[in-house]
Write a protein that binds this ligand. Structure first.
Ligand code: FAD
Length: 426
């Protein structure tokens, strides 16, 4: 059996490792000219779902390299816009099994992760291959067509080509993601200066949400790479608000214009925080309009399927998108080898993947959209009540545990199939 993967992002590359490790022939067709040919963005939060998948799919050396290059995920704090700490939810509440590396959570540099995921797949990944469409052949196989006129034939075609997926566009033309009506403006504040770290206080550690009495919030997450990597630590700060709060062309604005927009939105916030945001690395400032996929539809299983953002893109609130793409890759890597060996029919294996993915993928999108709704519709009374509740939780650990454990653990809790032996190659 030959598997064609369209898209060499997080999900597509993880799948290629899993399939190759299980002895299934696979090729990845990626539009980028090379690894590192575009800016990869900020750090990504890998939760236990993602860690479990990376541990199962990557060769042992690459998994160790992931652990050696990623930073800790940290606790999650809640603060007012005056930098008054309301409560910190400890890692042990969010991810109770995190003492085990494959059940941990991490802040990973995206460029490092993609380089690591490409390692060992040099003979499998074809760069500069822009997919344009596929044909279902009469012999049951699929032919993929590329912009340079080349073609590739396989028994299975997996669309891992991100939110604007052309594979999904052809397979499921009805499943177009919608604009979620929410925009995030992200910045990097370098932390290699001790004064910068000190002025940020709690924001200089772990993850945090700064929640003003206004329909916006600031998410922060520290990337603290192990010293041996030589990488610079920074805090990612993303100011998130409804799209109507921003100028209509916010995603087109340059760094200086974005700085001015953010400055207006944070007027009245603590001066240290305003100063830190204004002093963020200008080249790191960017605005992203969040999208949300409709519930994953049901389709007759055939030789073409989809994974990751191609089928369940979601606002990055809660950090589930990449982890869910890794979960997809993990599941497919468990199911396709049996079909490759002839132990089960291919549509049957793909149908099992699609049913399970539809369940957790749709739930993850719903969770992210729900989080956005909740965080962006406060009102004075609700803000006061939330703050009082957070202070109470800060004072009473048992209440904190009861109130917050399920919120974090549920989306990342192992599915039944994730509880069985770690390596798909075992
Ligand atoms: C600001 C922000 C912060 C986020 N933070 C987190 C986080 O902390 N944790 C988390 O889990 N998720 C996070 N996400 C979501 C996460 O980035 C995505 O869910 C994840 O990248 C999806 O992986 P993927 O492999 O499905 O798609 P992608 O990573 O988008 O990869 C798709 C690949 O397909 C290629 N491609 C596209 N079209 C074609 C074509 N026609 N032919 C060939 N190749 C093609 C692209 O070049 C790309 O390499 C965040 C997203 C954003 C926007």
């Amino acid at each position: 059996m030959r598997v064609l993967v369209i898209g060499g992002g997080i999900g597509g590359l993880a799948l290629a490792h899993g399939l190759r490790g299980a002895g299934v022939e696979v090729s990845v067709h990626e539009r980028d000219r090379a690894v590192g040919s575009r800016w990869e963005g900020y750090r990504i939060h890998i939760n236990p779902t993602g860690a479990r998948a990376l541990n199962a799919l990557l060769p042992a050396g690459a998994w160790q390299e992931f652990l050696a290059t990623a930073g800790p995920g940290g606790d999650f704090g809640f603060l007012t816009e005056q930098l008054r700490q309301l409560m910190v939810v400890e890692e042990t509440i969010m991810y109770p099994d995190a003492a085990e590396a494959s059940e941990g959570h991490y802040a990973a540099d995206r460029a490092t992760l993609r380089r690591l995921l490409t390692g060992g797949l040099e003979d499998v990944v074809r760069f500069g291959a822009e997919f344009v469409g596929y044909e279902q052949r009469s012999d049951g196989r699929v032919e993929a067509r590329f912009a340079d006129g080349s073609t590739a034939v396989g028994d299975v075609l997996v669309g891992a080509d991100g939110p604007a997926s052309r594979v999904r566009g052809q397979l499921l033309p009805q499943a177009v993601p919608v604009d979620a009506g929410v925009v995030g403006v992200a910045h990097k504040i370098w932390l290699d200066d001790d004064d910068a770290r000190a002025s940020l206080g709690r924001l200089g550690t772990g993850m945090n949400a700064v929640q003003p009495n206004a329909p916006c919030f600031l998410f922060t997450s520290v990337f603290e790479p192990p010293a041996a990597t030589g990488a610079r630590p920074y805090v990612l700060c993303a100011l998130v608000a409804r799209a109507e709060v921003f100028p209509s062309d916010v995603t087109e604005l340059d760094a200086a214009a974005l700085r001015a927009v953010v400055d207006v939105l944070v007027a009245g916030w603590h001066p240290d925080l305003r100063r830190a945001l204004a002093g963020a690395d200008p080249e790191s400032r960017s605005a992203v309009a969040f999208r949300a996929a409709p519930p994953v539809p049901v389709w007759p299983s055939g030789a073409v399927t989809v994974l990751g953002d191609a089928v369940h893109v979601m606002p990055p609130i809660g950090g589930l998108g990449g982890n869910t793409a890794l979960r997809d890759a993990h599941l497919l890597s468990r199911l396709l080898p049996a079909a490759a060996r002839g132990d089960r029919a291919l549509p049957d294996a793909l149908g099992e993947y699609e049913a399970e993915m539809r369940d957790y993928g749709t739930a993850a999108v719903r969770y992210a959209v729900g989080q956005a709704e909740q965080l962006l519709t406060p009102g004075a009374a609700a803000t006061a009540a939330t703050r009082a509740f957070f202070r109470l939780c800060a004072a009473v650990p048992a209440l904190r545990r009861r109130a917050f454990a399920s919120g974090w653990t549920a989306p990342a809790a192992p599915r039944a199939w994730e509880r069985s032996p770690a390596s798909v190659n075992a």
